[in-house]
Ligand binder design. Structure first.
Ligand SMILES: Nc1ncnc2c1ncn2[C@@H]1O[C@H](COP(=O)(O)OP(=O)(O)OP(=O)(O)O)[C@@H](O)[C@H]1O
Length: 597
């Protein structure tokens, strides 16, 4: 299989090199000039592919970043003796701080609002910086090309080489946790943070990389045209590149090439057949809408799905799991300090947690302790405060009062000492959770998801996580998550959580939406987690059967207060719990915050 893949790869490479070589040698200077423009436009489309295609943020200012790259390269070429390629790299780097600054609105804005902000930024930059003229324009001093790329043919080869190098680096990045975090943040920011990644850093890095790539495009444009004009970097050009990138799917190299070629050759063809060139942007906009109707991957994504169908998950009808090896158990269980006292330290304890959403008191002085290597159930009717408690522990909601202890150490304390760690830092400390809506990123393979979780760093980590996948009956790591059924995705979520060696695993209604049979299988897995992997589990579930089967201890909440705690049997028979689930005339109404004390 691998051999066949290698052979296909060689054939593709030889074909591509032959086509580029033939174009370079056979085309006239005029068509070569256009082909070079297309390669540069493809590079700028790749930059859109990073920030939109991968990270899902609508940024309409790629030409502003390209303009900074072009301006800086022109200035360096005019005023220093640095080699051309150094000018290009420094020019692209100059776009990075502006890219990061442009990423700041993306931390708060999304969709149309972000599009409007970035478009306005591109417009302002064009007026303030580019319309005043590029270096060398006033003196009519063009940027000097390097000797190795002095002719149109050689410059075309240089532009194509840059495109291939940048695309290769992006493909490599896609296989790391950073690349996976871009895709994950597009699917769910909360889930990305819960896996230990800062959403702020992930988004800003996507903007920085995108600005760098567009900056390389602008720098190459400076070498191609010699003297740049502000016309090339207007917001309208940004929108044309963006729509073409969306239509063709510029997250992939082939999509970026098609987008680059379309933005250059479609207007040219329209001119040759004596139609107005201005039709081209409208055509791209229609194509982009068409592509968005079929998903966000564009034409290239759709063709990839057709020609390279994702491997389907191997079926695990009976899910009989191999017993984990002692080495696996030792590796997964967090090393604890070996004193008698620390052996009794509960992995998670919350005291007096109080949360109010305006006048609604969601949690009112909740105390809960999850003992080492146990499953602790958290039950209660709708609105009892279960998810809020998990949100508080994982850092998504700040309580007004209370303390959280992780492995006996203070994680959060209000008042008097306020220690508040953001969700991604809590995840790195060993608090891992799932979400009610099941946010295991469908854009990633299991392997990428494990990387995102920090569970594929070393070869030992890889062996461990593969063994955990097998132990839970999950498919192989290369399987795309998008091809898995809901139940298997949940198991992948649990496996990923375990592979990151957490102190505490919090599962928020893992059986929601599962068929009875799937739910029973999942219950078996959860019940065995402490024994098989030595971890502690906090399980929020409405499925009473699952609670009875899985849990060592249960805490029941109602109206944000603990109404019962003990063994599953005692809690599930407790009259207060029965009343809370069945409702009744003696149910207290939810009291406003002002009345709590
Ligand atoms: N963001 C919010 N703003 C205002 N009120 C909220 C918010 N989130 C939750 N609440 C309220 O807090 C209370 C507790 O909600 P929570 O989602 O924690 O309950 P739950 O026990 O998890 O319910 P379910 O079983 O339906 O998921 C509810 O009254 C809910 O309406």
């Amino acid at each position: 299989m691998k051999h066949a893949d290698h052979r296909k790869g060689y054939i593709r490479t030889i074909t591509a090199v032959s086509i580029v070589g033939a174009l370079g040698l056979l085309l006239s200077n005029y068509w070569l000039f256009l082909a070079t423009s297309a390669a540069i436009a493809a590079l700028i489309s790749l930059s859109v592919g990073v920030v939109y295609g991968r990270a899902g943020m609508v940024a309409l200012c790629p030409m502003a970043f390209a303009g900074i790259g072009g301006w800086t390269t022109g200035w360096l070429n005019l005023h220093t003796n640095l080699p051309f390629l150094a000018d290009v790299v420094i020019g692209a780097l100059a776009a990075v701080p502006v890219g990061i600054a442009m990423g700041l609105p993306a931390l708060r804005l999304r969709g149309l609002n972000l599009a409007a902000a970035t478009l306005a930024f591109g417009g302002a930059f064009a007026v303030v910086a580019f319309d005043r003229g590029f270096p060398g324009a006033a003196e009519h001093k063009p940027v000097e090309r390097p000797i190795f790329a002095s002719s149109e043919t050689l410059y075309f080869f240089l532009a194509v080489l840059m495109l291939v190098v940048v695309s290769g680096l992006l493909n490599r990045a896609a296989r790391t946790a950073i690349g996976a975090s871009w895709m994950a943040v597009r699917d769910s920011e909360r889930a990305t943070a819960a896996l230990g990644h800062s959403v702020v850093a992930t988004k800003l890095l996507a903007f920085a990389v995108s600005a760098f790539i567009a900056g390389v495009g602008g720098a190459l444009l400076a070498g191609q045209l010699g003297i740049l004009s502000g016309n090339a970097f207007q917001p309208f050009t940004s929108m044309v590149i963006f729509t073409a990138a969306v239509a063709f799917g510029a997250a992939h190299l082939e999509g970026a090439i098609l987008a680059g070629a379309a933005t250059v050759f479609v207007p040219e063809i329209l001119r040759l057949i004596e139609l107005p060139q201005d039709i081209a942007p409208a055509l791209f906009a229609v194509a982009a809408l068409q592509a968005l109707a079929g998903g966000e991957a564009g034409l290239a994504g759709a063709l990839r799905a057709k020609w390279r169908p994702a491997p389907m998950a191997a079926a695990h009808p009976d899910r009989t799991y191999p017993v984990p090896s002692p080495a696996l158990l030792a590796a997964v269980t967090r090393p604890r300090r070996v004193t008698d006292n620390s052996l009794r330290t509960p992995p998670l304890e919350v005291r007096d947690i109080t949360v109010a959403y305006g006048r609604v008191v969601a949690l009112d002085g909740v105390n809960l302790r999850v003992q080492s290597a146990t499953v602790h159930g958290l039950i209660g009717p709708n609105g009892a405060g279960k998810s809020t408690l998990i949100d508080v522990i994982s850092g998504f909601v700040s309580p007004t009062r209370g303390q959280i202890y992780l492995d006996g150490r203070v994680l959060f304390d209000v008042p008097p000492l306020s220690k508040d760690l953001p969700p991604h830092r809590r995840a790195r400390k060993g608090i891992r959770r799932s979400f009610q809506q099941g946010r295991v990123s469908p854009s990633l393979t299991i392997d990428q998801y494990l990387r995102l979780s920090g569970a594929r760093g070393s070869s030992d980590d890889r062996r461990l996580s593969d063994e955990i996948l097998a132990a839970l009956g999950c498919p192989a790591a290369s399987t795309p998550i998008g091809t898995l059924d809901v139940g298997t995705r949940r198991l992948v979520g649990v496996a990923t959580t375990l592979a990151s060696r957490p102190s505490i695993v919090m599962l928020d209604e893992p059986a929601a939406g599962l068929a009875t049979e799937e739910s029973a299988r999942l219950a078996n897995v959860i019940r065995e987690l402490p024994e098989r992997f030595g971890c502690a589990v906090l399980l929020v579930e409405h499925d009473v059967k699952m609670i009875a089967v899985c849990c060592d201890e249960v805490t029941a909440l109602d109206f944000g207060r603990v109404i019962a705690h003990g063994t599953p049997r005692s809690v599930l028979r407790n009259p207060k719990v029965l009343r809370a689930y069945l409702g009744g005339v003696d149910q207290p109404s939810r009291r406003p915050a002002a009345e709590v004390n």
